[in-house]
Design a protein around this ligand. Structure first.
Ligand SMILES: O=c1ccn([C@@H]2O[C@H](COP(=O)(O)OP(=O)(O)O[C@H]3O[C@H](CO)[C@@H](O)[C@H](O)[C@H]3O)[C@@H](O)[C@H]2O)c(=O)[nH]1
Ligand SMILES: [Mn+2]
Length: 558
């Protein structure tokens, strides 16, 4: 009975999978609606072409041009609406198969300005990332400080000692979220007296630490007696400017050191501070430059196969997020094709009905899922797990096998000081000169939307990506709430993605032959945001002007 045995083996194969993919329902209805919209667009265009008036011809033709554009743009958007999919992971199967034999992970957090991104909040993010439900000896957290601020270094030093209490507390009570700032703001006092005692003790420690950090920020100074505690403070013995300074790499916690343990004797994750060299005469390439330096610096300290990139204002909200990502990377059928696992960018300070649309519901709930149905979501800069090799430029080949066991796990012959010196030599301004960094290797330079372009190149090299949107969001952060901030952020994004469209990375040119036409269209939705504003403005302004002047631009009777 070959049929039956076939179906059993197929079922068994399904049971082996670490994640499932399902189509989002209601597609037939959506497609029906889309066909009616398409017909509507055609009818509007027909009417425009066949009813050109004698008076106000130019304005009428302008309306036609705007409608042609809207029709074209609507067709582009269908690429991400046609077949959205949903994923879910099987962490129990991952645990059954691998136990704790999981790959090492390097976590990159970036910050740029202690005035705009308060060090105490950056530390809440760092602590949430150190507290993942993942073997701590396999976690390495790197903070890139583009502001080169002693305040951030001091805050990280404080966070390292608070982590000795925080990590066991998180583990014992299995709390969520693991950002102490978010947790204490949300959680109620526990009823159990013993738990309450510990809760109050840890909360007290956290508040005292935050107060010390905040007061040093207010006075823009770190007390002298504290500076004696760590050799790293001597880097700031001369006053440094954020735009002109030597490279700094300081291993604040060395996870390979047997003495680096929390107050219950468990290993701590490695924690590293980095401020890459900055000189006025060299371009620093913003966040992309920081990420590329971290890729190199981490390669001599931990060199993990997986890299998680997080903005400092986005804390980990789900301590299982790394295990979720591993369900994709370690899946036997698809894992070898997956370059990155992207989580949505959720904001906890923005309501669902925010008037500027900053909660990005359509993008997060519809479009990213639509991308996933094509080849996978774009890389959106934060909340993304990358494979190191692929971020460093590897092309897809079917025979490539990832070495999940890689990573520097044991103490080598070099001392920490020697490792730091080696890392510093990789964080200089001139290191990248005459190399392919920022071009063929690492995050791509030249656009304010370095993330989108990097993701596009990875897709063009044959890899796929995965969108993971678990019920409990993996990351949440602070989004813009005022009109001024919203405009500023949208301007940066619009400029960034439009510059991609005008460059050699234009999805229709660069993607031609490398990715499907649908994916080229999908990328273009965002690349064409900026020009989309022109017909929109025209459509808003000209009909009103026409109304005032008595020139009708819409049919008077239907
Ligand atoms: O020279 C710089 C500039 C920025 N950053 C950091 O980059 C992150 C993102 O910058 P931000 O100014 O907050 O931009 P957003 O508009 O919030 O960022 C979104 O858009 C960016 C560009 O598309 C992506 O890189 C981000 O990941 C994504 O969250 C922040 O953590 C900054 O600290 C640096 O490290 N160095
Ligand atoms: Mn931000």
């Amino acid at each position: 009975m070959p049929l039956v045995s076939n179906s059993i083996s197929l079922r068994e194969m399904e049971m082996e999978r670490l994640f499932a993919t399902e189509k989002v329902g209601g597609r037939a209805l959506y497609k029906l609606q889309a066909v009616t919209v398409f017909l509507g667009i055609c009818l509007v265009l027909c009417y425009r072409v066949t009813h050109i008036p004698a008076a106000g011809t130019a304005a009428w033709l302008g309306m036609l041009a705007a409608e042609l554009w809207f029709g074209f743009y609507w067709i582009l958007t269908q690429s991400v609406r046609w077949r959205p999919i949903r994923r879910h992971t099987f962490k129990d199967r991952l645990a059954a198969r691998y136990g704790e034999r999981l790959p090492c992970v390097d976590i990159f957090v970036c910050t740029a300005d202690p005035r705009l991104e308060p060090p105490s909040l950056v530390m809440a993010t760092v602590l949430s990332l150190m507290a993942y439900n993942y073997p701590p000896e396999k976690l390495n957290v790197y903070l890139s400080d583009d502001g080169c601020s002693i305040l951030n270094f001091y805050a990280l030093w404080e966070a390292a000692s608070f982590a000795k209490h925080w990590l066991p507390f998180c583990r014992r009570y299995n709390i969520e979220p693991r950002s102490p700032a978010a947790y204490f703001a949300q959680s109620d006092k526990p009823y159990d007296p013993q738990a309450l005692e510990e809760w109050s003790f840890v909360k007290g420690l956290y508040e005292e630490m935050t107060e010390r950090i905040d007061s040093s920020v207010r006075s823009d100074n770190v007390p002298e007696e504290i500076k004696a505690n760590h050799k790293g403070f001597s880097e700031w013995s001369t006053r440094l400017s954020s735009k002109d300074h030597q490279p700094i790499v300081q291993v604040v916690i060395d996870g390979k050191d047997r003495n680096a343990v929390d107050n219950e004797g468990n290993v701590l994750p490695t924690l590293v501070y980095m401020a890459r060299e900055k000189r006025p005469q060299y371009h620093h390439n913003f966040k992309a430059g920081a990420m590329n330096t971290l890729i190199r610096v981490s390669s001599v300290i931990s060199n993990s196969p997986i890299i998680l990139i997080v903005d400092c204002d986005m804390y980990s909200n789900n301590s299982d997020a790394i295990r979720d990502a591993m369900c994709f990377f370690l899946d036997q059928e698809m894992g070898h094709k997956i370059a990155f696992v992207q989580n949505p960018q959720n904001y906890n300070n923005v309501t669902k009905n925010n008037i500027y649309g900053n909660s990005s519901n359509v993008f997060n709930q519809v479009e990213l899922r639509g991308f996933d149905g094509l080849v996978g979501p774009l890389y959106i800069g934060t909340g993304c797990f990358h494979r190191r090799e692929i971020l460093c430029g590897r092309r897809f080949t079917n025979d490539y096998k990832e070495d999940w066991d890689r990573g520097i796990k044991e103490k080598g012959n070099l001392s920490i000081d020697q490792i730091e010196e080696k890392a510093k030599s990789l964080a200089t301004c001139i290191y990248e000169h005459n190399t392919q960094w920022g071009n063929e290797i690492g995050v791509t330079y030249g656009s304010a939307a370095e993330d989108i372009i990097t993701g596009l190149i990875i897709h063009c090299k044959g890899w796929i990506s995965v969108f993971n949107n678990p019920p409990r969001a993996a990351f949440t952060g602070v989004g813009p709430t005022t009109l001024a901030h919203t405009i500023q952020q949208h301007k940066k994004w619009c400029e960034g993605v439009f510059s991609i469209f005008l460059s050699k990375y234009c999805p229709f040119i660069f993607g031609n032959g490398n990715i499907s036409l649908q994916l080229q269209m999908a990328y273009s939705i965002y690349s064409l945001w900026a020009p989309n504003s022109l017909p929109t403005l025209y459509y808003l302004i000209i009909p009103s002007v026409g109304l005032l002047k008595g020139i009708p631009l819409f049919p008077e009777r239907i």
